[in-house]
Write a protein that binds this ligand. Structure first.
Ligand code: AMP
Ligand code: MG
Length: 368
């Protein structure tokens, strides 16, 4: 299949200008609007288009067409019991794909939509089970990215989209990674530049009481709890790797985000971590392995790995999240076989970073 690649980079200055909105001018050029319209037609005709969002790139198909969902699973090599998130671009559309919208969903939508929050709700009849991985519930998200919104509207309003990577690989945060994984497998890739956040959305299950976080993300448990006026906890199955409990988000049980090399997290105080990682690097090098390290700006100069990458200043969670997947992919590009990462604090957005890092490491963590 020939994959068409179109570039649509929004100038944020243009977006924030309210004068522009008043004049009802579009943030897109005529050519860009035409390309988005064409992308929408591809979806309406049962094809697949990868598109940017504020979290990661999505691999979109018509959420209401079972054949489209089957194509998404095939393109990703994803198990078909792993449900897709349905993306909307108008809050009212939530009523069409769900059978009940509880008050807490309205409160969360008010506070965090459009944005990086996915809500699990009971599905309506028009959503095929191919899209929900056989479940009676549907995951719904209203992304804030302007290209995503325009595209979803052009596509008819309901775009099913998992991350646009081959199943098991890190989610793509730039179009070049989508091209690496999806070129020749889908009809079009919309290149919207680097994603703002770089980690997948927070998933909150509102079909149970109290609501539960099934996947941590930029919207933290505390942020959700503040809006709902109750304590919101994370599904235990995803915190305890070996609990034997099945996670409520089926996708969380699969090995994920993983580089090809072996990744181990090392946790402890800074000096101990640096010396333990260096000791292991020497051993690995003696054994002929190419090595990699995820360090911080403060420590990157202290490592002797073949490939050292900084996740930003220590404590800068936003930068660490933003860089994580491209760093993991760079180890593959540079054939790193033994990789070590410093650990991240679990507060705030850190819970999401550690969740992805632990999965990438197959939960191998050394606590000093
Ligand atoms: P991805 O699209 O790669 O971000 O993955 C979507 C995630 O949402 C996976 O972990 C799914 O298991 C989860 N998910 C989607 N729909 C549901 C649902 N109805 N119930 C629980 N989890 C869901
Ligand atoms: Mg994914």
């Amino acid at each position: 299949m020939n994959t068409e690649i179109v570039k649509i980079e929004i100038n944020n200055d243009k977006v924030s200008s309210s004068a522009l909105e008043e004049k009802e001018l579009s943030v897109f050029s005529k050519e860009e609007l035409a390309a988005i319209k064409q992308a929408g037609e591809i979806i309406k005709n049962g094809g697949l288009v990868a598109f940017p969002t504020e979290t990661v790139y999505g691999l979109g198909g018509d959420a209401l067409n079972p054949e489209s969902s089957k194509k998404i699973y095939a393109a990703k090599g994803r198990p078909s019991d792993n449900p897709l998130i349905v993306h909307i671009a108008d809050f009212e559309d939530i009523y069409k794909i769900t059978s009940k919208v509880p008050d807490n969903a309205k409160k969360l939508a008010n506070a965090f939509w459009p944005g990086p929050l996915t809500m699990i709700l009971p599905k309506s009849d028009i959503v095929p089970r191919e899209t929900t991985g056989g479940l009676d519930t549907v995951a719904v998200r209203f992304p804030s990215d302007f290209v995503a919104q325009e595209f979803i509207r052009a596509a008819g309003g309901f775009v099913a989209a998992p991350s646009a990577n081959i199943s098991g690989r890190p989610s793509p945060t730039e179009a070049k990674y989508v091209i690496q994984d999806m070129d020749g497998r889908i009809d079009m890739i919309i290149d919207g530049g680097e994603n703002e956040i770089g980690l997948e959305s927070t998933i909150v299950d509102l079909t149970i009481d109290p609501p539960q976080v099934l996947r941590p993300g930029f919207i933290t448990n505390e942020m959700l709890g503040d809006v709902l006026n109750e304590k919101v906890e994370t599904d235990r199955a995803i915190i305890e790797a070996d609990s034997g409990i099945a996670p409520r988000a089926p996708g969380m049980k699969y090995r994920h985000y993983a580089p090809k090399g072996i990744l181990v997290i090392v946790e402890g105080n800074r000096e101990e971590v640096v010396s333990e990682i260096n000791r292991r690097l020497e051993e690995d090098k003696a054994n002929g392995f190419r090595t990699g390290v995820i360090a911080s700006d403060e420590t990157i100069g202290e490592y002797s790995a073949d490939v050292s990458k900084s996740s930003g200043k220590a404590g800068d969670q936003f930068t660490a999240a933003h860089r994580l997947y491209s760093i993991l992919r760079s180890f593959d590009d540079e054939n790193a076989e033994r990789i070590y990462s410093e650990s991240f604090a679990l507060d705030g957005f850190g819970a999401a970073i550690m969740n992805r890092l632990l999965k990438a490491a197959g939960h191998q963590i050394i606590k000093l």
